[in-house]
Design a protein around this ligand. Sequence first.
Ligand code: SF4
Length: 698
Amino acid sequence: RGPAAEREVASVCPYCGVGCQVGFRVRDGSIEEVVGLDGPSNQGRLCVKGRFGFGYLTHPDRLRQPLIRRDGAAKDPSDCRDPRGALAKFREASWEEALDRAAEGLRRIRDGHGPDALAGFGSAKGSNEEAYLFQKLVRTGFGTNNVDHCTRLCHAASVAALLEGIGSGAVTAPFTAALEAEVIIVIGARPTENHPVAATFLKEAASRGAQLVTMDPRGSELDRHATEVVRFAAGRDVAVLNAMLHTIVTEELCDRQYIAAHTEDFGLIRDHVAAYAPEAMAPIAGVPAEQLRRVARLYARARTAMILWGMGISQSTHGTDNTRCLIALALLCGQVGRPGTGLHPLRGQNNVQGASDAGLIPMMFPDYHRTGDDLFRARLETLWGAALRPEPDLTVVEIMHAMTRGQVRGMYIMGENPAMSDPDLAHARAGFARLEHLVVQDLFLTETAALADVVLPASAWPEKDGTVTNTNRQVQIGRAAVTPPGAARQDLAIITEMARRLGLAWSYAHPREVFAEMAAAMPSLANITWERLQREGSVTYPSPAPDAPGEAIVFGDRFPTSTGRARFVPAGLSDPAEMPDEGFPFVLTTGRQLEHWHTGTMTRRAEPLDMLEPGPTASLCPADLERLGIAAGDRLRLVTRRGAIELSARVDPMLPPGLVFVSFAFAEAAANLLTNPQLDPWGKIPEFKFCAVRVERA
Ligand code: SF4
């Protein structure tokens, strides 16, 4: 602890979807210390990022003045390898000049080539108000629905399956409901690294007697607390889950009463899973049939059981199918809508739930109304005073392909770094370099900003007021603790200025006004006001009355589908899009690690975190390293059909033979140069968790 702070500002952690409430202790205009507050999702707890991840705010790399690309300065995809080196290609500009230049380029493309020649990426790191205004700007100012954000790379498959199956893309219960569960399944997730404070509640539940089942190709720290550890073959989730469904159906473990009262299409799933006996699936899944049966019985016989999952389920070409199976498990056993039960996709970014709710996705307006829904579109047109398009338009990776084809010619990107986070980066970076006009609004000259025409210096989360919605559907309020450096501006003000220059008569002076408009457009926010959030700090949606607590556990009576019932949707087996072969004999899986957040933009500029994990590593199991004659610390080259990176070897006994793990936080060895852009057909999410790779000594 440093000397006493002058004041403490209550806000929310800007990293993961757990949404821990924090106190920013401020002295001399800087955050000196961060403490955990007693929020509903953290109860005073914080992880290492929430405690020590704020050095980026005052880092010398912060953008303090708008930048404009110098005349004749080429856009070279290799600049993404060292954005600092690309700084010389830009000159500083006034806000007036930069905003005029930014908007003029977008207007020129819109008017010359039509609205679909433009696209926008908003951010799950911004507030709800920013996400809402950004998508409104793209839909009304650009005139297209080409607007998306990193949810497409995160839980898009989960949301697609949940909307289809139960009519809502959000969780049915908070992760803290696990404290009342008899059985907890955690599948395709490593909460101790990616949702660390949520993991503490799961451990607490296990220590109180809950039976924890961890299911993943990789082991995790949570395994130590588990009753069953199911280490299945990478990419074989559907085989595992259909075998469990088969067991539950054929052993008459279903909750017949629940199925009759709350679901439809039971016959479809019953007939479909008949072919998936555990004994038939065991060789495919790499799990003994008896364990598959045991885990299925454990889940089905529990009085209360929850399923939590992460990107291991969703970042797959069969991610929607994986999630369909999880939904079917819960519906067969009636494990939804009661305390201690539920379906919980652990959301990644701090505001990916809120940004998606706010409509920052191409195919849906706010509150998940499809763009083709004539009734809602007409309502929104009246509220916004603008005509809207019914076409669903393009998602993140589809926009990449459209850039390469020259169909998308101009983009506005706020707070995302797709030149690090998209799959098949060589292709993506070439697409960004090809754009006629790219505007990037961010804190740093990111890998994406290095290819921009105009860079607008934005504000960080602790520098602004706004609301965010965490994985538990808890809408929480953040408050400005410090001011942005130099001439950097509030994002909301920048979006509003851009809108004005694109012909929209916007006059939002404060996020409170935007929140009020959102609440008018979004029934999910009924009874939640800015003033209530100021007072209570956190309100769960849906909230039945202005003074009633929100409903933490939903769908006890009926589902928000047209019939009020949930649907079973069968899923068949399919291989990952790219299987290992002689030339590329290993499987590469990518993800986050505890100390670093996504593309590393913030955490690699937070000294304590950077000291803990200073460089890129490729993890392999001890047997694979020994077989390759490689020691921990040796330099490796990883090669896929799309690219190659060099980094240090790391030994990880939790990995099975044949699987390589790389974090995607390190620009000097960008994991996504290797990954496969093939998409899940429903969620349009790429296959980050599985591609064929060769491991060589560098
Ligand atoms: Fe922040 Fe997530 Fe850590 Fe909580 S668990 S402190 S929200 S990164």
